[in-house]
Design a binder for this molecule. Structure first.
Ligand SMILES: [Zn+2]
Length: 291
């Protein structure tokens, strides 16, 4: 597969990296950061850093400092100020209002014990009267009977029919926190960003987020997913699976490993600094079939 030239679809590329501050940058998140950085820079685009701090309960002190420090040590300099999703509650509330007006929002009083095994509402709360006084979450009905498809710039055409996506999902949690799907759909839409490069573990979320953007009247960005780094047990390398923090003193080696995972042409041996490596890989950025 050949990457769809982004120039054809958008005049100026605007990408981002959006880590959640739940731990330090690790090898898996470096792959996602590097792929989005190289894709943006290869297309002479801008690359922003947004901290997805919508869940203070999972936040780990010092993560933002570690992530920004590690990105800089790896030469992944972002444009403009760092932005924080925790400051976007007005936009999220407005989106909830729009979803309510569109008739797809409902109050769900399910607890963990009454949810279905797929994590969807298990008591048909949509057709019951759940008052605002009862503890509840806000969910949206997701019409899976419709066919949703989109063109992934790296993976090619994607069709919802072949994937298991729940029929409803949460947009505001019982504890009052905004859910990831809502925050990502609103935060990633155009005109703010027009090209999102991220891990393939989020492919199922992309259907939900694109659907939310459609209901909210937002123009979706172009999506592109890269396969992620697995640990020795075959699990996705993530903070949840205890991935080790990147050793910033070995930035050049870390970049070479991430480039190798992304199946990029290795920079020549003479490229010893972070800047040399990034310059070479920006110029030669290209993802093979199915990456
Ligand atoms: Zn329910």
């Amino acid at each position: 597969m050949i990457i769809t030239p982004i120039e054809r679809v958008t005049p100026h590329y605007r990408g981002r990296f959006a880590p959640s501050p739940t731990g330090p940058l690790h090898a898996g998140s470096l792959v996602a950061a590097l792929a989005s950085f190289l894709d943006a820079r290869h297309h002479q685009g801008s690359w922003a850093l947004r901290i997805d701090d919508i869940d203070p309960l999972r936040q780990v002190d010092g993560s933002v400092e570690h992530i920004t420090f590690a990105l800089q040590k790896h030469g992944l300099e972002w444009d403009g100020p760092v932005t924080y999703q925790s400051l976007e509650s007005d936009r999220f509330e407005h989106a909830l209002y729009q979803l309510s007006q569109a008739g797809c929002l409902f109050r769900c009083r399910c607890t963990r014990a009454t949810l279905s095994i797929h994590g969807t509402c298990g008591q048909d709360c949509a057709s019951r009267e759940v008052t605002t006084y009862e503890p509840h979450s806000l969910r949206v009905r997701f019409d899976t009977a419709q066919t949703y498809e989109f063109d992934d710039r790296f993976l090619g055409p994607q069709l919802l029919e072949s994937r298991a996506v729940p029929r409803d999902f949460i947009v505001k949690r019982r504890d009052g926190l905004y859910a990831y799907q809502l925050a990502a759909a609103v935060g990633d839409a155009q005109p703010q960003f027009n090209s999102i490069v991220r891990g393939a573990d989020l492919l199922d979320s992309t259907y939900r987020q694109r659907w939310l953007q459609q209901v909210l009247g937002l123009e979706p960005p172009h999506y592109a997913h890269v396969t992620l780094v697995n640990n020795a047990l075959g699990n996705k390398l993530s903070k949840q699976t205890g991935a080790a923090a990147l050793e910033v003193d070995f930035a050049a080696q870390n970049l070479r490993s991430a480039l190798s995972h992304l199946k990029q042409t290795p920079p020549p041996e003479s490229a010893t600094t972070v800047m040399d490596i990034l310059e070479h890989s920006t110029e030669h950025w290209s993802l093979p079939v199915g990456n």
